[in-house]
Design a protein around this ligand. Structure first.
Ligand SMILES: [Zn+2]
Length: 432
């Protein structure tokens, strides 16, 4: 580690370089927003990845494109193209990797600006993905370029990736790369994901998730004589009633030590995502004159690090089995759809510690350590890449993600670029 005076000078000159590139940072963010990388289906991934790759190649990075052949959604029309750029260090320091997803969610309604124009107004950049997370990606690129141009000693390697499909689970993106060793030591040692978690917070992990479908079975009969059939919707009502009476109070009482924000998400939660029962209405809006023989409900259970996924599933199965024993005619089927284990990095680990110190230096206040209520690509880096030293840190405001008129504050992007540059600099100067 350089001595304190040198470190202070270094930080100051780094900040000057970044301040001088404010307009460039804004322009880069706008350019990234102009690729309408909507997922699904995965529009414009290739041109966006190549734009990032060309820029970093010109700055001395070795650039590789990795297509996730066979991943969900991958096709010749919508290829899942990821870009990874690496600049070797001058010595034996550790590698710091900035990972951003390039995909954005659909625009939805309610926009007052063109979502893919990259509109700059009132100190903000507007557009789909401005906050989640092209503003963060642009900040990380400017941070790393400034670091290189500052002439600082950089013994460790620097990497930047633009990956796809985060919004749909990350299987064509970080998961695919992690399975192939792109996110594992010794190649990579520390990862910062510039997701929009607010400029003064360090996000060390996220809750887990279990999506499942419960189907209750009935017996079809004429709607005028329902006593001759068995109504699957009424059986589903019994499931929901059991949830209300037994499961919801239990989940609400279960609190985690994870610093999840907002604090309501420090309990286990269960969302009833959808429910479909009986035959659809016919043309003209007339109902089918039948007793429903099937009702399906999708549940979205978010779990805490103190819970096991098996325990979470067993709790629901136990309620359903109670109904089998107690309710005449009750039959069900449970289908797993998707699951993610909770993950949490050590807040005293290198990447969290050095990022926190950089936030204190840049913003003059100590950061808050938080966890995210929903998941993001850290899960794949942890579980598949076996790399624990990973956090999310970026300039966007969490609440604006996926909203109409999404924006990122330019001052926050500049501040976060300084934080990322300073954190990366101190990390690559640690022992590998
Ligand atoms: Zn995101």
């Amino acid at each position: 580690m350089p001595n304190d005076i040198a470190a202070t000078d270094m930080a100051e000159s780094l900040f000057e370089v970044i301040d001088a590139r404010r307009d460039e940072l804004v322009a880069l963010t706008c350019e990234l927003i102009r690729f309408p990388t909507i997922n699904p289906p995965g529009e414009a991934y290739q041109p966006c990845a190549e734009f990032i790759g060309r820029r970093l190649q010109a700055r001395g990075f070795a650039v590789q494109y990795v297509r996730a052949l066979g991943a969900p959604g991958d096709s010749d029309n919508y290829p899942r193209i990821n870009v990874i750029a690496r600049r070797e260090g001058s010595g034996a320091g550790p590698c710091v990797h900035f990972n951003s997803h390039i995909d954005v969610v659909q625009t939805g309604s309610g926009w007052t600006v063109d979502p893919f124009a990259g509109v700059v107004r009132d100190g903000k950049v507007f557009g789909r993905g401005a906050c989640d997370m092209k503003g963060g990606l642009a900040a990380s690129i400017i941070a790393v370029e400034a670091l290189i141009d500052s002439g600082a000693r950089l013994p460790g390697a620097l990497e930047i990736s633009g990956t796809v499909d985060e919004e749909s689970g990350g299987y064509g993106g970080v998961h695919h790369l992690a399975e192939r060793g792109w996110f594992s030591p010794p190649k990579v040692n520390h990862v910062i994901i510039p997701e929009p978690l607010n400029v003064d917070r360090v996000c060390i992990g996220h809750r887990g998730v279990w999506w499942a479908e419960i189907e209750t079975h009935g017996r079809i009969a004429h709607g005028s004589m329902p006593f001759l059939g068995d109504c699957a919707v009424r059986h589903m009502h019994a499931v929901i009633e059991r949830f209300e009476r037994e499961l919801y109070p239990k989940l609400a009482a279960r609190r985690t030590d994870m610093p999840v924000v907002p604090s309501g998400a420090r309990s286990s939660t269960l969302n009833i995502n959808s429910i479909h029962g009986g035959q659809a209405e016919q043309q003209g809006g007339y109902p089918a004159p039948c007793v429903p023989d099937s009702c399906r409900m999708v549940i979205d259970r978010r779990l805490l690090i103190e819970e096991s996924i098996d325990g979470v599933k067993a709790e629901v199965v136990e309620l359903l089995e109670q109904l089998v024993r107690e309710r005449a005619g009750f039959r069900y089927r449970l289908r797993d759809i998707f699951e993610v284990i909770p993950t949490m990095a050590d807040r005293n680990g290198p990447v969290a510690r050095h990022t926190a110190a950089a936030i204190l230096r840049v913003l003059g206040r100590a950061p808050e350590f938080i966890c995210s209520p929903g998941t993001y690509d850290q899960k794949h880096i942890d579980r598949v890449g076996k790399l624990k030293d990973c956090i999310a840190y970026g300039p966007g405001i969490l609440d604006l993600a996926h909203q109409p008129d999404e924006y990122v504050v330019i001052d926050d992007m500049v501040a976060s670029a300084k934080v990322m540059a300073l954190a990366a600099w101190s990390l690559v100067n640690q022992r590998a």
